[in-house]
Design a protein around this ligand. Structure first.
Ligand code: NAD
Length: 471
C-alpha cells in the first residue's frame, strides 16, 4: 500500500483504492498515479490541522516565519529536481520552469517571511488594542498551471499568519505538491500544520468546501469551479478567496515611436505565450492604434517565429505542449472559433502539429472584434488577439470590456500618461512600459477574476481575523 497523503506529519495511505493516472504531456506517457482520495481523507487531514492549530497559532510570528524561511531554503536546495517534476507533468520549458515555476514558489515564501517582520500584529487605536489573529484551518485548492507557486502563494502567508492548512493540489500535476510535502517534512514543520491530500475536485475539493471544521477556503482555478466552491462554502459561512481566470490586455498608446513599438509587441507576445499561454495573467489581447495594425501584425509574426513548439526539456524551447489532450482540444476549438468569426489568422494553425505531445502552433489573430469569442473568453493557450482601437478612451473601454480583471499592460512614450491609463484599467497587476514583476505587490482579481489578494503583506492580510480589545 502506497503512503501518499501527508497528514499529521507523516505519510499515510488514502482510504480510497481508486487511482488517478498522471501523464507527461510531451511524451503522452503515463508517469505515475496518485490516489483518487475520499472525503474520509479530508476528515483525517482536517482533524490533524485542527489539533495543531492551538499550539501553532500561539507560536510567535517570528518563529512561524523562521519555519517558512527554512522551507524556502529547502526548496532552493531541491530547485533542480522540482523543476524536472514540473517539466514532466506540466510541460513548461525547463529554462522558464526553473525561475517561473519553482523560483516563484521560493519568492512567495520569502515575501511572506519579510511581510511578517513589519506586519501590524497588534496596534493601539485610541482606547483599543487592535489584534490580528489567524483565521484558523485553511483549505487550499490549487490548479495545475503553476503547481508549486499556486500552493506556496497560499501556504507561505497562511503559515506565517498562524493558520494550519489542508492542501488539495491539482490531480493533473500532483507530483510537484508531493515534492513540496517532502520539503515540509525535511524542515520539521510541526505535525498537522501542513497536510496534503490528493484526489478529484468534485470529491476531495467539495469535501473541503463544505467541511464544518475548515474556517476558510483559498481557491485558485477556473471560474466555473470557483463559483461552485463559493456556493458550497456558503453553507458554513466560511471565508473564501477565489483567484480565477483572466483576459488581460496590453494597451499600446499612440505616442510610441517605431523603436518603442517594436519593443512592446514582442514583449506582449512573450507575456501571452509564457507557460504555453496557460497563465491566468497572460496578456492575450494586444490593443494598438488602428493606423498601426499592420506594423503590429508584422512584429508579432516575427516574434512568434521563436516559439516553435518543442521538447520542454531542451534548453532552446520556448513553447512546450498544452498540459492535457483536453486542453489542446479546447485551445484548437478557440482557434477554429476565431477563424469562423472572421478574425485574420496572422500566424498559427487550426490543426495541431503532426507529432507526439499535446502541442498547438503559436497563434496570432488580427482584426479581432473586441466582442468576439476569442477576445472575450479565457483560452489558456498560445493565442494572441490583436485588436485595433481609434481613441485612448476606446482602448480603455475595450481593455475593461470583459468579465475579467486580473492583469494588463500599458505602453507610452510618456510614463505619466502610461500611469494615468494604467490607473483606469480594472485589473490588479498592470505593467507600465514593461515594468518588472514584484513578488511583494498584490496579485488577484477585479470583477469575475475573483477576490482576495496574494503576495507579501497583502497575502498575509487574507489569513487574519481582526479584533479589538477595549482598554
Ligand atoms: P480547475 O478549476 O479545473 O481546477 C482547480 C482546482 O479545483 C483543482 O485542484 C481541481 O481538482 C479542483 N476542483 C475541480 N472541481 C472542483 C469542485 N467541484 N469542487 C472543489 N474543487 C474542485 O482549474 P485548472 O484547470 O486546474 O486551472 C486553470 C484555471 O485556473 C484557469 O481558469 C486559470 O485562469 C486559473 N488560474 C487562476 C490564477 C489566479 O491567480 N487568478 C492562477 C492560476 C490559474
Amino acid at each position: 500500500m502506497s503512503l501518499e497523503l501527508y497528514v499529521d506529519g507523516t505519510w499515510i495511505a488514502s482510504t480510497s483504492t481508486e487511482r488517478i493516472d498522471v501523464v507527461n504531456p510531451t511524451t503522452e506517457e503515463r508517469i505515475g498515479s496518485v490516489p483518487a482520495g475520499a472525503a474520509e481523507d479530508v476528515d483525517m487531514a482536517v482533524a490533524a490541522a485542527r489539533r495543531a492549530l492551538g499550539k501553532w497559532s500561539q507560536t510567535a510570528p517570528h518563529t512561524r516565519a523562521e519555519f517558512v524561511s527554512r522551507l524556502a531554503d529547502e526548496l532552493e536546495r531541491r530547485q533542480d529536481d522540482i523543476t524536472d517534476i514540473v517539466v514532466s507533468e506540466v510541460g513548461t520549458p525547463r529554462r522558464v520552469a526553473r525561475w517561473a515555476q519553482v523560483g516563484l514558489g521560493i519568492v512567495d515564501l520569502r515575501e511572506a517571511v519579510t511581510a511578517a517582520k513589519h506586519f501590524p500584529w497588534e496596534e493601539p487605536l485610541r482606547n483599543s488594542l487592535i489584534v490580528r489573529e489567524p483565521v484558523g484551518v485553511i483549505g487550499c485548492i490549487t490548479p495545475w498551471n503553476y503547481p508549486l507557486h499556486q500552493i506556496t502563494a497560499k501556504i507561505g502567508a497562511a503559515l506565517v499568519a498562524g493558520c494550519t492548512v489542508v492542501v488539495k493540489a491539482s490531480e493533473v500535476a500532483p507530483f510537484t505538491a508531493h515534492a513540496l510535502a517532502e520539503a515540509v517534512e525535511a524542515v520539521g514543520i510541526p505535525a498537522g500544520v501542513f497536510n496534503m491530500v490528493h484526489g478529484y475536485g468534485p470529491i476531495v475539493g467539495e469535501a473541503i468546501a463544505v467541511h464544518p471544521d475548515i474556517d476558510m477556503v483559498s481557491f485558485t482555478g477556473s471560474n466555473s469551479v470557483g463559483k461552485r466552491v463559493l456556493e458550497l462554502a456558503a453553507g458554513t459561512v466560511k471565508r473564501v478567496s477565489v483567484e480565477l481566470g483572466g483576459k488581460s490586455a496590453a494597451v499600446l498608446l499612440d505616442d510610441l515611436d517605431v523603436e518603442e513599438f517594436a519593443k512592446a509587441v514582442p514583449h506582449t507576445v512573450r507575456a501571452c505565450y509564457m507557460n504555453g499561454g496557460q497563465s491566468c495573467n497572460a496578456q492575450t489581447r494586444l490593443l494598438v492604434p488602428r493606423s498601426r495594425l499592420s506594423e503590429a501584425e508584422k512584429l508579432a509574426a516575427k516574434a512568434v517565429a521563436a516559439y516553435a513548439p518543442g521538447d520542454p526539456t531542451s534548453g532552446d524551447t520556448k513553447l512546450g505542449p498544452m498540459v492535457t489532450a483536453a486542453q489542446r482540444e479546447r485551445v484548437l476549438g478557440y482557434i477554429r472559433a476565431g477563424v469562423k468569426e472572421g478574425a485574420k489568422l496572422v500566424a498559427g494553425s487550426v490543426d495541431a502539429p503532426a507529432r507526439t505531445g499535446f502541442f498547438v502552433e503559436p497563434t496570432v489573430f488580427s482584426e479581432v472584434d473586441p466582442d468576439s469569442t476569442i477576445a472575450q473568453e479565457e483560452i489558456f493557450g498560445p493565442v494572441l488577439s490583436i485588436i485595433a482601437y481609434d481613441t485612448t478612451e476606446d482602448a480603455i473601454e475595450i481593455a475593461n470590456g470583459t468579465i475579467f480583471g486580473i492583469a494588463g499592460a500599458v505602453w507610452s512614450a510618456d510614463p505619466e500618461r502610461a500611469k494615468s491609463v494604467a490607473r483606469r484599467l480594472r485589473a490588479t497587476q498592470i505593467e507600465v512600459n514593461g515594468g518588472k514583476f514584484n513578488g511583494a505587490a498584490p496579485f488577484g482579481g477585479f470583477k469575475q477574476s475573483g477576490h482576495g489578494r496574494e503576495g507579501g503583506a497583502f497575502g498575509l492580510e487574507e489569513f487574519v481575523e481582526i479584533k479589538s480589545l477595549q482598554l
